[in-house]
Design a protein around this ligand. Structure first.
Ligand code: ATP
Length: 259
């Protein structure tokens, strides 16, 4: 639950964001990738972090997962300064990074992969219920429950990897390029699942090059250009800014009728 406190001037509560970066600089050795990035993700919302190749999106995701430490600036989780916390501690607090690629045990079946994660997260007694939920979220996995994971298609393996993370839904899920290398129909499936996860209460930070998909479920959007935030606000108010801010030209938010 996000901490709330009444503001002295008004009755509107001041809501602490679930995640907040304040003026973060970060990079790799002497190379600086982020130049004073500030952004926040409201509890229960979806923030799409957009930008072209090399803009710094993955670096932001790594900062949020604790894999890279800022050289300057602060990182808060639910109002707590976690700038110096190790990645495993952040994971314990409820921040999970959706695995890139195909993080599955290739020689185990779909069901064995899921059961391993579920037992670790929920214990033996909770695993059966978790398995049912996973199959409900990902019907294609249900059809392939006895298939060895290494023989699944790339998209199915991505789906299984995501399903394993979601055995124990995190409080904040950081997704980095989930659609990469997936057939459009599988991407649709993955995004439907992300929407279901959001509806179940998980806050999402989605890093994507596939703008249309990210915007289809995002509440807010932040645009990175060369390590700096050039737009940060609700998707609904993004308007024509999108074309100016994103070099790909793919940035138009979906129209109300979905065309
Ligand atoms: P893409 O969409 O292509 O993955 P991105 O927006 O995610 O790009 P980052 O991966 O965060 O961008 O990279 C930001 C900058 O940092 C780029 O100039 C990149 O070359 C550089 N960079 C990324 N990873 C490393 C690394 N391990 N070592 C050195 N420089 C890196």
């Amino acid at each position: 639950m996000s901490a709330t406190a009444p503001s002295p001037e008004s009755s509107a509560p001041v809501v602490t964001p679930m995640l907040e970066l304040r003026d973060v600089q970060a990079g790799y050795g002497p190379f600086r990738a982020l130049f004073g990035v500030s952004l926040s993700v409201r509890q229960g919302s979806v923030l799409a972090l957009l930008g072209s190749n090399g803009a710094g999106k993955t670096t932001v995701a790594r900062v949020c997962s604790g894999l890279i430490k800022p050289t300057k600036g602060k990182f808060f989780f639910e109002g707590r300064d976690v700038t110096r916390e190790r990645a495993y501690r952040l994971a314990r607090m409820g921040i999970a990074q959706a695995p890139e690629g195909r993080s599955v045990f290739a020689s185990l079946t779909v069901e064995e992969n899921l059961t391993l994660s579920l037992r670790r997260a929920l214990g033996r007694s909770g695993a059966a219920g978790g398995l049912a939920r996973a199959y409900e979220m990902f019907p294609p996995l249900s059809q392939r429950r006895r298939q060895v994971a290494g023989t699944l298609s790339g998209g199915e393996q991505r789906m299984l990897a995501l399903a394993r993370v979601l055995a124990d839904p995190p409080r904040l899920l950081v997704c980095d390029e989930l659609s990469l290398g997936l057939a459009p129909i599988v991407v649709d499936e993955v995004y439907r699942t992300l929407a279901a996860i959001r509806d179940a209460g998980t806050t999402l930070l989605i890093v994507e090059q596939h703008v249309a998909h990210a915007l289809s479920i995002a509440d807010d959007v932040a645009v990175l250009v060369k390590g700096r935030v050039t737009y940060d606000g609700p998707v609904a108010e993004m308007g024509d800014l999108s074309e100016r801010l994103l070099p790909t030209g793919e940035a138009r938010p979906p129209s109300p009728n979905g065309q």
